[in-house]
Design a protein around this ligand. Structure first.
Ligand code: ATP
Ligand code: MG
Length: 560
């Protein structure tokens, strides 16, 4: 049980604790039920953490159930990606991997039971007529002329639907509930439709498929789900969920509880819209590191621990709210600050030549791999006469407050010496292409006599030992907090700077052997990960996970 912090328990965990204490359930059983029509996103992470979390905390179990009732939109590749994402996030279904399609025979029997009980009928209205008969939020619906078909006729028609005698859309099976109900979901909802589509698991065994609400309730009951946790948009469906439970002979009576969706600023969490970005080539795929998908965040270099921490900080409530992206990014920073070893890399290199350093000489400078974790040890950085520094760390005409390198000025090289800029080499258009400096041999970091202080310290990489790399500077995918607000098409708010590629970056040589997926802090620059897909020792590719500081804070403040 949620050890030690009952006061921070959310309302759902409270209900579950009460159900256990009151003896209503001995074992808590939940499920996470994604439809395999896309990759999972950050919103799903909330549902995953909640469902698997409460099961784990109470010693219960949680099913991973693929809700695969719509073969037109579903794909085995999505099933595989979903399984992969849930596992990566750190959860285990312990043999409880199921599919709504496992239950198609049972769901079909339930339909027959409802027909025999006079609680379902075959309707033959056209889709347009059905819409017209349904009524509106303010006007009641009208009963279909087919509503009074006899049980025998309904059984016959339903059997022939199943046998493939009718065209798609010719008939549907509907529950007979109440066309005048103020809740539109109770106005004789469709239970089955004819759809000639090959299903990724059942192939062509079926040409009729159950609708979501019907299949979902029965699947929950078959699995003995005690608490069916879902998002608020299903609140209006709860009376239907309960109608099915009341009118079918099912082995369990799950309780549906709704909570608010996770809405994250500066992104979108609609699979349909994410798919649109992919189809239009605006991102590289479901696992593009800018995508709010779990696969995208993984490739971006977010650790699963940070994502779980983020979800737990957002809480579980019934209130709709927008979570700031900076909360997620801060969880990532906090985690990576501890986890990430330090390294030096230069994104936009500028050559420095130490004119008083002996040609051909190389010395090794020790550098701690982590400032607070001595157990991570240290490495030796080769240092020589020619170095790369960041273009931004040099200014030819610099303001007084500029404490990095400038003509006549001094700066410390991280883990190394103090250098002074003495000369510049320019190309034909007047751009500085080399900075000539002298180094002060008495100022080597860590050695006695090196106490002399200068205001600035910059990072560098030895030119003779540098490893060339492509560095992908990722940033937020959208430039505004609510890209799916109604003002304009969400795609117009894409951040044109969400990916900038630095093709000529250089890395310290220890990074040549980094495994794909390794996350590091490039000193002064941010956290970076060796790309899981494209990184090779012969052609390193690093993604920026997140900057060291929140560069969006001011913008967000101004927007408020
Ligand atoms: P989308 O709107 O992105 O297509 P969906 O709700 O249709 O999402 P499902 O695959 O049906 O996607 O969702 C599986 C489960 O995840 C459902 O129980 C749903 O309530 C939950 N879920 C989906 N989006 C969110 C979200 N933003 N926050 C919390 N839970 C979510
Ligand atoms: Mg859904």
């Amino acid at each position: 049980m949620n050890e030690g912090q009952p006061e921070t328990r959310d309302f759902i965990r409270q209900i579950i604790a009460d159900d256990l204490a009151g003896g209503r359930h001995a074992v808590i059983i939940t499920r996470f039920p994604p439809e395999p029509n896309g990759y999972l996103h950050v919103g799903h992470a909330k549902s995953i953490c909640l469902n698997f979390g409460v099961a784990a905390e109470t010693g219960g179990r949680c099913y991973l159930r693929l809700d695969d009732t719509n073969p037109l939109k579903e794909d085995q590749a999505f099933v595989d990606a979903i399984i992969d994402s849930v596992r990566w996030l750190g959860f285990d279904w312990g043999g409880g991997l199921t599919h709504a399609s496992d239950y198609f025979p049972r769901i079909h029997e339930c339909a027959g039971d409802l027909i025999r009980a006079g609680k379902a009928y075959v309707d033959s209205l056209s889709p347009e007529q059905m819409r017209e008969f349904r009524g509106t939020l303010t006007a009641p619906g009208r009963e279909s002329p087919h509503r009074s078909r006899s049980v025998a006729e309904n059984l016959d028609l339903f059997a022939r639907m199943r046998a493939g005698e009718f065209a798609d859309g010719e008939h549907v099976l509907r529950a007979k509930i109440d066309m005048a109900s103020p809740n539109i979901n109770l106005r004789d909802p469709v239970l089955y439709r004819i759809r000639r589509a090959t299903h990724q698991r059942t192939g062509d065994a079926w040409c009729i498929y159950p609708m979501y609400d019907f299949a979902h309730t029965i699947s929950d009951a078959i699995e003995g789900i005690t608490h069916s946790l879902c998002t608020l948009e299903f609140e209006d469906h709860r009376p239907l969920y309960e109608w099915f439970l009341d009118n079918l002979q099912l082995p369990a009576r799950p309780r549906q509880i709704e909570f608010s969706r996770l809405n994250l600023a500066f992104t979108i969490t609609s699979k349909r819209r994410l798919a649109e970005l992919i189809d239009l080539g605006l991102v590289a795929g479901w696992d593009d590191p800018r995508m709010p998908t779990i696969a995208g965040m993984r490739r971006r270099g977010y650790p699963p621990e940070a994502l779980r921490d983020f979800v737990s900080r957002t809480g579980v409530t019934k209130k709709e709210h927008l979570i700031q992206m900076s909360l997620l990014e801060n969880c990532v920073r906090e985690d990576l600050n501890v986890r990430g070893a330090r390294a030096m890399a230069v994104i936009n290199p500028l050559k420095v030549v130490l004119t008083n350093y002996p040609e051909g000489q190389v010395e090794m400078l020790p550098a701690a791999n982590h400032p607070d974790r001595p157990e991570l040890g240290e490495r030796q950085l080769p240092f020589g006469r020619e170095l790369w520094i960041e273009q931004d760390d040099f200014m030819e005409v610099a303001p007084n407050k500029f404490f990095r390198l400038k003509p006549g000025g001094e700066v410390r090289l991280r883990y190394g010496y103090i250098i002074r800029c003495v000369d510049l080499v320019k190309d034909e258009v007047g751009r500085v292409i080399e900075v000539h400096c002298t180094y002060d041999a008495d100022t080597r970091s860590g050695l006695a006599g090196a106490e002399r202080k200068v205001k600035g310290t910059i990072h560098w990489v030895s030119a003779a030992h540098a490893v060339r790399a492509e560095v992908r500077l990722y940033d937020r995918l959208f430039g505004v907090a609510r890209p799916d607000g109604a003002e304009a098409d969400f795609k117009t708010f894409l951040n044109p700077e969400s990916l900038r590629v630095a093709p000529h970056a250089v890395l310290e040589p220890s990074l040549a052997t980094a495994e794909p997926g390794t996350v590091l802090q490039f000193e002064r620059l941010g956290y970076f990960v060796a790309d899981r897909v494209d990184h090779r020792p012969t052609r390193p590719v690093f993604n920026r996970v997140v900057t060291l500081r929140d560069s969006w804070a001011k913008l967000e403040e101004a927007a408020r």
